[in-house]
Design a protein around this ligand. Sequence first.
Ligand SMILES: *Cc1c(COP(=O)(O)O)cnc(C)c1O
Length: 490
Amino acid sequence: MSELIFEKSVPGRRGYRLPAHDGPQRPLRDLLPAEHLRRQPPRLPEASELDVVRHYTRLSQRNFSVDTHFYPLGSCTMKYNPKLNDRIASWSRFADMHPLHPASCAQGLLRLLYELEQLLCEITGMHAFTLQPAAGAQGELTGLKMVRAYHRAKRQDRSTILIPDSAHGTNPASASLSGFQVMELKSNAHGLIDLAELRGRLSNDVAALMLTNPNTLGLFERDILAITALCHEHGALVYMDGANMNALLGLAKPGDMGVDLLQLNLHKTFSTPHGGGGPGAGPVGVSRSLEPFLPVPRVRKTGKRFVWDERGRRSIGRVHAFYGNVGVLVRAYIYIRTLGREGLERTGRAAILNANYLKARLADVFPVPFAGRCLHEFVVSLTPLKACGVTAWDVAKRLLDYGFYAPTVYFPLVVDEAFMIEPTETESRETLEAFANALRGIAQEARTNPELLRRAPHQLPVNRVDDVKAAREPNVRWTPSQVPVSNTSG
Ligand SMILES: *Cc1c(COP(=O)(O)O)cnc(C)c1O
């Protein structure tokens, strides 16, 4: 079976041909310097339009995506995003805007950015926002640079960031990239921050506590008010990783909890399809005392006009040259405006309801190490299947045969054989039932036919790929010597 478009190539085959032009005939070498002209035509595949359409349509169907499958990938909020928002973001008035457009010719877009900042302030209870960071992790980095600037301005030298052991890997990475020491906080038996442990770790060297709320186990930090008060008593700031904001929409505001800074992941909570490494947005919201440190330029309103304001003596500077990801910001704006206050609250409630429903449907088969009601996601342990010689990895692969994308596995690290499930609010009860039934069926298979699971998936174009090799030695370029010989497989 020919797999690559290059292998489908037939010399001379064409998609379409233009009629010969009737303008003046000037050879190419009159127009371009000789050294820039090819001596040989490029080795591009030669294929008919129909070959190309079928090839790429087929390839697109070999993928899992939110548009085709239930995608309960914990921590990622892989929800369905209304196509309307994509449609509007691709309007030429947004999509064709040049980054160097003078502000006077970009008033509509500047107004949108200005209003989006205000909407995010209202949703989170923060005082001001920067829309510059282009990812959650870049938002963390931006926030931590502001933490540093804040303490410097107070002539304090604080070098430690406290991070709970359940944190997303980007948290310690961002902290050490910003030059801080990371100190780990052990979670308590409920999977939450341990107040006594926190008290023991706080000192005048701690710059900030970096926490996720709800945390990566899907649990709300019930002691959040005591936690932020304790940090503030010691002169430390509280940075909240807001990637899980989906659970709080319309229900609770981090600003009210005493949080000093947070990032939002617009590509998770606010309507940008993600997963393929495309652009995201990680706006950072701050309390009043951190506003002077926000990146510049900021959008300001003077009278009826919107302008870029480059001033900011204490600003950490720019963290992004241009708003190349502005489409993500447009989508978030449309999403928030179309849902409104009530719609956002329904979103948060439905995300929580769906997670708890699914948890209840699985609880008798898979233990939930940290019991109690979850918010938008939950973590089960597949440890019981170890007795059958089956791992969480095997179950994840088998789920693909059933037509479900696999949940996040082996994260957070505090749970053995972790399966982290986030159904999101956009799934129907029927889908949740079908998924629960598939997982229950697979647990049965583990007992009766564990080999079936160990060799899964059986229905997909590829079996188990070597993902370490794929990450370490990516090779996405075709060269002629790679033409597979028909009697080898791989
Ligand atoms: C996704 C996620 C991040 C990182 O966000 P990116 O946009 O992928 O950089 C950080 N923290 C948590 C809890 C997340 O879920």
